[in-house]
Ligand binder design. Structure first.
Ligand SMILES: Nc1ncnc2c1ncn2[C@@H]1O[C@H](COP(=O)(O)OP(=O)(O)O)[C@@H](O)[C@H]1O
Ligand SMILES: Cc1cn([C@H]2C[C@H](O)[C@@H](COP(=O)(O)OP(=O)(O)O)O2)c(=O)[nH]c1=O
Length: 220
């Protein structure tokens, strides 16, 4: 959470990974773990996280067949939602010293719009600078596992599929690679979590990673 890092500000934690890796399940676990350490935690998600940003989410995920969504429009809507989310939810929470736990953030844009759709990284970097003005997560938990097993979990979950979830498996392989590149470019910001084992084992790894970071930050 730079550049105006100071000890009175909260910490910004994001969860990332492809479809079906267990993000939604584990966001709850992260929030409860931090609350158990006595911290004030705001749970949020992208795209979305404020009333107007949630309306942009609906536009983005709607699989309606009446008109395809242009991929540049998709990118700009992601960042429009993010600007609103930052202004209304994330920055006020960090300013009052709360922890923010967010289900997806800009790494998802590099993975889905960049690696998945093939949009030039420079365009994403430009929008990231404009919208975030130097702010980035203090910690990103990247849940990683083979695409086929993750998609099988997603299908077993049984909910109706949104506009992203109906992409071909090759798209999700590109997304996974995109995330791996993000990790390799800045490994110190990430905790890479093997999401394939049973949930209890994944959550033990997440708890250990969180406590390690809390100790580094002097929070516990
Ligand atoms: N480690 C795990 N082992 C087995 N099933 C899991 C595990 N983690 C999550 N699941 C199940 O897989 C499905 C997808 O998880 P979910 O949290 O919705 O993933 P995501 O939000 O990443 O798409 C859910 O039915 C969930 O209960
Ligand atoms: C934040 C973000 C999400 N997305 C996509 C990924 C997801 O398929 C979709 C909705 O996110 P999410 O609700 O996390 O999906 P799920 O819980 O099913 O994994 O939005 C992007 O393509 N770019 C982005 O920048």
């Amino acid at each position: 959470m730079n550049p105006s890092d100071d000890s009175a500000r909260g910490r910004f934690i994001t969860l990332e990974g492809g479809e079906g890796v267990g993000k939604s399940t584990n966001v709850d676990f992260v929030v409860e773990h931090l609350r158990g350490r006595g911290l004030e935690v705001v749970r949020t998600r992208e795209p979305g996280g404020s009333p107007r940003a949630e309306r942009i989410r609906t536009l983005l995920l709607d699989p309606a067949a009446d008109e395809p969504l242009d991929q540049t429009a998709e990118l700009l809507l992601m960042f429009a939602a993010r600007a609103q989310h930052l202004a209304m939810t994330i920055l006020p929470a960090l300013d009052r010293g709360a922890f923010v736990v967010c289900d997806r953030f800009t790494d998802a844009t590099y993975a889905y719009q960049g690696a998945g759709r093939g949009i030039d990284r420079g365009a994403i970097e430009m929008l990231e600078r404009l919208v975030q003005r130097g702010l980035e997560p203090d910690l990103t938990l990247l849940l990683d596992m083979p695409v086929e097993a993750a998609l099988a979990r997603m299908i077993a979950r049984g909910a109706t599929l949104d506009r992203f979830e109906t992409q071909a498996p090759a798209f999700f392989c590109a997304v996974r690679e995109g995330y791996r590149h993000r990790y390799e470019a800045a490994p110190q910001r990430f905790e890479l979590i093997d999401a394939a084992p049973a949930l209890a084992q994944v959550q033990a790894a997440i708890a250990a990673a969180l406590d390690r970071r809390l100790a580094q930050w002097g929070t516990i």
